[in-house]
Design a protein around this ligand. Structure first.
Ligand code: ABU
Length: 495
């Protein structure tokens, strides 16, 4: 090969290569210092809160005709870290993702070094077969052996593909002819499901109003009787119910819907059952907790975000389908610039043939590196620890006279609660009392955000005033971090 292409380094570029290499190493060291190493030191803050205007004043954001030196760019990058949230910190509880797994981070670095896309095997050969292997492994956990799946940019996108595939399975011609000649297609989700169900219904042309909300019980689980009532009402009006979104681990309360009862209803009415397991799907990895997902094997599709409880790097999202070849039937469109049939390999490995996305990152690789390193058992320990921590916090809140749980029976790592300030202690705990507690939550959150030592989210639900929406996802969280959170709320709510 050297003879054919006359290999050799050009002397003139040696200096710039050395500079580039140094820059890359410096960037790696900076990233390690600012994230991995800081996360190990609980004395560092989770964030240095600044307003957008303050950040605009601190970083030279402007783009200029002439480029800047590596040193200048590096200094600017350092400022970006200093004005970012350290989501790998064990006291970052704000979202349904947290932590920076070293193997996942390593996978991300290598993936970015490869800088390729997943539409054809010819530009991502190893990454394609890795994706298929990871999907095959995940299918087993859901009970979909023999099915198929794909990595997507986020859980909302996975939920969208599922809805589209369900429509095409019911009305195959509509892939070409569109939805205008079809009966009114309606879909259903619980009133506590993720907002992507409604957004996707709008996006795919069914309409937000045709995503019908189903009532939940006091634990946040879909009420199957209300689902069936709603399906029958839609049918009476001449509409065609075609899709139900159930949830494994709701966004706010972490509730798991009653999948078997919902599957019975979907079978009776020939409706596609999709489970949004973006958050709670990882329970399937734990012998102790997989019962939460009992019945999901009866569903048709399952969205799962390993970037949440498995702590894979953002984003690592999968849609799994029980039946094979539906992705191709729903999305195939052959174009001669990508999907030629006369390539020197089996072209069914050109995964882009079956997807909406053309350019797509090969996110499966990050998860594969993690899975190779940890094995199933490593993930199982991680999930069990998160649930143990949630149990510890639940008991701590329950037994602390200054805190109240929003719901007494928690299923997952979501621990929603209120703080009772000195001025309200001893009052009758009626609707007015909890409304007052709700008003305190954003104030305390704001103070904690500004002090930067811990970050936790808040929300409200219909008929439930604002509360702390605490979730545990990071494996590095220890009981002392949970004690710290409660102490920090007390400290910030002192007056
Ligand atoms: N993408 C899931 C919802 C985000 C969150 O509440 O953390």
């Amino acid at each position: 090969i050297r003879q054919v292409i006359k290999c050799g380094r050009m002397a003139s570029s040696k200096a710039s290569h050395a500079e580039e290499d140094k820059f890359l190493k410096d960037v790696f060291d900076l990233s390690m210092r600012q994230t991995v190493q800081k996360s190990r030191d609980r004395c560092t803050p989770v964030l240095n809160f600044r307003t957008p205007q303050e950040i605009q004043g601190r970083i030279d954001l402007g783009l200029h005709p002439a480029g800047e030196s590596n040193g200048e760019v590096l200094k600017l990058c350092e400022k970006v870290f200093e004005n970012s949230v350290n989501t790998g910190h064990p006291r970052f509880f704000n979202q349904l993702f947290a932590g920076l797994d070293s193997y996942g981070f390593a996978g991300s670095i290598m993936l970015d070094a490869l800088n390729t896309q997943g539409h054809t095997y010819e530009i991502s050969p190893a990454l394609t077969v890795i994706e298929l292997e990871v999907v095959k492994h995940m299918l087993k956990f859901v009970g979909y052996e023999g099915g198929e799946g794909t990595f997507n940019p986020g859980g909302s996108y996975s939920n969208m593909l599922a809805m589209n595939v369900a429509r095409i399975r019911n009305f195959p011609d509509s892939k070409v002819t569109g939805v205008s000649g079809l009966p009114l297609l309606v879909n259903f989700c619980s009133e506590q499901s993720h907002y992507s169900a409604q957004k996707n219904s709008a996006l795919l042309g069914f309409g937000e109003a045709n995503c019908k909300p189903v009532k939940c019980d006091e634990r946040g689980k879909m009420i199957p009787e209300d689902l069936e009532k709603s399906i029958l009402e839609a049918k009476e009006k001449g509409a065609a119910p075609f899709f139900v979104t159930a949830t494994a681990g709701t966004t706010v309360l972490g509730a798991f819907d009653p999948f078997n009862e919902i599957a019975d209803i979907c079978e009776r009415h020939n409706i596609w059952l999709h489970v949004d397991g973006a958050w709670g799907g990882s329970a399937l990895l734990s012998e102790k907790h997989k019962h939460l997902c009992n019945g999901v094997e009866r569903s048709d599709s399952f969205a799962w975000n390993p970037h949440k409880l498995m702590a894979a790097p953002v984003q690592t999202s999968v849609l799994l389908l029980k039946e094979k070849d539906l992705l191709r039937k729903s999305h195939s469109l052959n174009v001669p610039y990508l999907f030629q049939d006369d390539k020197p390999y089996d072209t069914s490995y050109d995964l882009g043939r079956s997807l909406v996305a053309c350019g797509r990152k090969c996110d499966a690789f990050k998860l594969w590196v993690m899975w190779k390193s940890r094995g199933d058992s490593g993930f199982e320990k991680q999930i069990d620890k998160a649930l143990d921590n949630a149990k510890y916090l639940t008991e701590a809140v329950k037994n602390h006279p200054h805190f109240r749980l929003v719901i007494p029976e928690l299923e997952f790592t979501n621990v929603p609660f209120w703080y009772v300030p000195p001025s309200l202690r001893g009052e009758t705990e009626n609707e007015e009392f909890f409304t007052k507690l709700g008003k305190i939550v954003p104030i305390v959150k704001k103070r904690m955000q500004i002090s930067g030592l811990v970050l936790v989210g808040y929300t409200s639900l219909p008929n439930i005033p604002t509360f702390f929406r605490m979730t545990i996802a990071n494996e590095q969280v220890e009981k002392e971090d949970l004690d710290f959170l409660l102490a920090e709320i007390e400290r910030n709510a002192a007056d």
